[in-house]
Design a protein around this ligand. Sequence first.
Ligand code: NAD
Ligand code: MG
Length: 391
Amino acid sequence: MKNLSLLGSTGSIGQSTLSLCESYPDRFRPIALAAGSNVEVAFAQCERWRPELISMATEELADELTKRLVGAGIGGVDVVYGTAGTVRAATLAGADFVVSAIVGVAGLEATYAAVLSGKTVGLANKECLVAAGDLILAAAREHNVDLLPIDSEHNAIHQCLRGGTAAEVKQIWLTASGGPFRNTPMEEFERITPAQALKHPTWVMGQRITIDSATMLNKGLEIIEACRLFNLPPERVKVTVHPQSTIHSLVEYIDGSILAQISVTDMRLPILYALSWPERIAVEGKTPLTFDLGALSQLDFQQPDMARFPCLRLAYEAAGASQNHCIALNASDEIAVEAFLGGTLSFNGIARTIERVLALTPSGSPASIREVLAVDAQSRDLARQVVASTL
Ligand code: NAD
Ligand code: MG
């Protein structure tokens, strides 16, 4: 039995993870949850799973949840809140495995704390690797911690890397669906609405990552995530647009062999791989995760169009510039996406905001998580100013 701490339990990855706990009750049990701000769902999760501890985003939300639990006669759940609460969830003594699935840099401190306390970590939260990948990887080496990627592309690469040694890898290929605007005329981009951008062709995910997929900044973050996880320079991390999202990524070896990972477009598969690693668990009869090879008719690959998707170019530039630029890339995007969803920034304004913030960011390499968070906060302020100046 693996006891899980699930950070971001009310989100898309969080709920997929809990669905696996339902399917495999004798293998995985959530004992700590960090649930953010959805009290309704947090309450239902406490009712179902009776975790030892649950963290809410704020004290008010924690009080509200406590009242609901008392009213329903549910005891034994320690309700905590804020970053300190998330850190407690991530480091709970009885937890063996931490699923890091809070969205954004909000998940950084807890993920880092989980590594420091020696927990195995399944990483969905790519933003923490973009902002502080070097620090997290160094801590993982020092504490002998396994970091298992849940992001589907990196999970695919992790699987394909079982086929050779690091010295035998020529480069890796991240696949990208191209998002909903792969074929939209560029003159229409300025008028793209949040409702249009929130319709992803192949994946159902949280709001921010869905918008990031539409701008392809998500692939940009994934390039940096891959550089950190697999210790590769950006020029050895390539992107290919593969609209079917059937191949989740590929590893090209020096002998010319390319290994690809194919599976259904369902995040439960990479989550299950991470949770059960180094084993593989049979899914037949449990979850419909088997892939029908007979139904596969076509696999297309295209070069990504950097003019159409400037966020991809900006991510390569940030990766080649400095760690401060990677932090600024993510932070400015978090602000820009929020403004786009709130109707105060155009779709093209997202890339323009990031480009402006990157241009104003001095090179640097923070030596601690505290320094990372300081650069993150400065970048957010800058991004807010840039957004306000375009109103
Ligand atoms: P989501 O928006 O559905 O869920 C986010 C979760 O984070 C929620 O539980 C929310 O309550 C919590 N949260 C947000 N701010 C918080 C805060 N300040 N404190 C505590 N909790 C907070 O997002 P998602 O789609 O599940 O994505 C989660 C992470 O996984 C992201 O980093 C995303 O890039 C990554 N990811 C998601 C998918 C996917 O298919 N959804 C695929 C690959 C990677
Ligand atoms: Mg991905």
